[in-house]
Ligand binder design. Structure first.
Ligand code: 9UX
Length: 79
């Protein structure tokens, strides 16, 4: 199994927005897979970590948040 992070993303209105968010999240170090659903406004990010309890995951959440926000979208919730 791997650590999965869910991000509720605000501001995505089209398929191109989805592509931008996927690209931004996919560039973050330690990310192995990204899925973004426009309808549910949720991104699911799989990390190259065995579980969310891994000490390196918490700082990665901040990096993921920054990546979404730098791409121009809002992070409503991340966990
Ligand atoms: Mo198309 Mo999504 O301009 O903002 S990229 S609506």
């Amino acid at each position: 199994s791997a650590a999965e992070v869910r991000i509720d993303v605000g501001g995505m209105t089209c398929a191109s927005c989805v592509g931008s968010v996927e690209k931004a999240l996919g560039r973050v170090d330690g990310v192995s897979e990204v899925r973004v659903n426009l309808t549910t406004e949720r991104a699911t990010v799989t990390l190259e970590r065995p579980s969310k309890d891994d000490a390196s995951v918490q700082p990665m959440l901040k990096t993921l948040r920054d990546a979404v926000e730098s791409a121009g979208y809002d992070v409503r919730e991340i966990d």
